[in-house]
Design a protein around this ligand. Structure first.
Ligand code: HEC
Length: 201
């Protein structure tokens, strides 16, 4: 009985050592093997998480100070595949005149991917922001072989430019800043309560 217990305990210990060793080894492999930048660099693609992640102000805030002329320059990256003039021809990508506010995949005569056709709703400012950040993440299987614009300001500028080409929708209200201001405003009030608490002591 004792012997069997010892044998079992021995095996349990052994298994633990193997598991630990495995963890260390795989940790070495996957840590050492995981490059600082994943895959090959594609212009405009963001690193996952970390400092490269775009945690700046939201699209509404960025649109409030977007620069249409700068957006026209950014559109240079799109012009190889898209026209944006009224009645412009579809190229590799569909004509983008008045795209802001239109339903997804709705330009006549363009053979969209099933991936994009299956996205419901309209091209809101927020939708365009997400799409242009990473078309593939937005609609996995899309035909738009464009890596994306990693810079939120570039996205806001080009979306403002697109909006000026036939859509002219009112820009969304910037929300982030006022919310933050309100949070800050609440702080002094909380602090003000402290002296009273101390006085009571
Ligand atoms: C290499 C060619 C290419 C480039 C560069 C490109 N696109 Fe596209 N774009 C496409 C294709 C192809 C589609 C259709 C995607 C599908 O059907 O999945 C598309 C679709 C779109 C749509 C959706 C249109 C609709 O009717 O639903 C928008 C918006 C768009 N692109 C904007 C842009 C912007 C803005 C840029 C530049 C920042 C850009 N694209 C760069 C090829 C391109």
């Amino acid at each position: 009985m004792d012997d069997r217990f010892n044998t079992m305990a021995g095996w349990a210990l052994f298994a633990g050592i193997i598991a630990l060793g495995g963890t260390i080894v795989s940790g070495k492999i996957f840590h050492g093997g995981r490059p600082e930048k994943m895959g090959y660099a594609i212009e405009g693609v963001e690193a996952e998480g970390g400092a490269g992640a775009d945690e700046g102000p939201g699209i509404a805030t960025l649109l409030a100070s977007a620069d249409v002329a700068a957006g026209e320059k950014v559109f240079g990256k799109c012009a190889a595949c898209h026209t944006v003039n009224q009645g412009g021809a579809n190229g590799i990508g569909p004509n983008l005149y008045g795209i802001v506010g239109k339903p997804h995949a709705s330009i006549a005569g363009f053979a969209y991917s099933d991936a994009l056709k299956s996205v419901s709703g309209n091209w809101t400012f927020e939708a365009l922001d997400a799409w242009l950040k990473s078309p593939r993440a937005y609609a996995d299987g899309t035909k738009m072989t464009f890596a994306g614009l990693g810079n939120g300001v570039d996205r806001a500028n080009v979306i403002a430019y697109l909006n000026a080409q036939g859509s002219n929708l009112p820009l969304p209200a910037a929300e982030a800043a006022p919310a933050e201001a309100a949070a800050n405003a609440a702080e002094p009030a909380a602090n003000a309560a402290e002296p009273a608490a101390n006085a009571a002591e």
